[in-house]
Design a protein around this ligand. Sequence first.
Ligand code: A2P
Length: 271
Amino acid sequence: MDAAISPQPTPHFEIPKGVFAQTVTEVHHYTDRLFKFRITRPESFRFRSGEFVMIGLPNAEKPVFRAYSVASPAWDEELEFYSIKVPGGPLTEHLQKIQPGDTVLMRKKPTGTLVLDALLPGKRLYMFSTGTGIAPFASLVRDPETYEKFDEVILTHTCREVAELAYGEDIVRICKEDPLVGEFAGERLRHYTTVTREPFARSQRITDALTSGTIFEHLGVPKIDPAVDRGMICGSMAMLNDTKAVLEGFDLIEGANNAPGTFVVERAFVD
Ligand code: A2P
């Protein structure tokens, strides 16, 4: 195999400044388009649940880095990530071939807007995700602070196909069985899934479920009210824009780290 396209380190690879080189501990392929991987966590690495880091491989002099939300909670000893496999993608083409024992690069500084600090206090927290956009919420639903701040957490996940819901289903099950957060998540975390390109019990985009009100009917909750409801959005650029417009239609206002609001949008993938 050509060293330039191997996920393995090139023989004389020098770790760039400001980058951790970590070891892959687990890889699980969910579908031919989706996989998760776990890496060792540097002792000095701190992040807030919902933040993202830049991930790369030691396979080129100037490695390609892409934004990945940390999918594991802040208290976990390892770091978990959930990835799509982009055909011909400069990083994921190689990243999808990693095996336990391989090296993954991670820039040292986490960042992001999908954090609890960027939201004003409320009662019900909606986490709206499509595809791999569920990753930051996989971290947040396993963080006890989420349940300290909100009475009810509604995780929505919309995918093209039923098989693509599996990661989210695993996370919710793990969360409800977890000794640390299971007690809260068991009763207060709700998982609302929809599928758009295959037959399924709920077959709607989340934007349509919100504007038509079917999500509120299904969950038995009142429609979104800026006095009590908060939102977080993570998905493709088009999904972010459309869901943001829908939430603004419910009079929610976008927040940021320095100016908390009633909803926040993932800004990791903007250009
Ligand atoms: P659809 O199948 O109708 O395009 P993708 O893999 O393209 O990111 O899509 C993941 C999920 O997000 C799909 O179910 C897709 O629905 C949905 N989706 C795509 N674009 C939007 C959008 N602009 N608003 C809401 N949902 C969207």
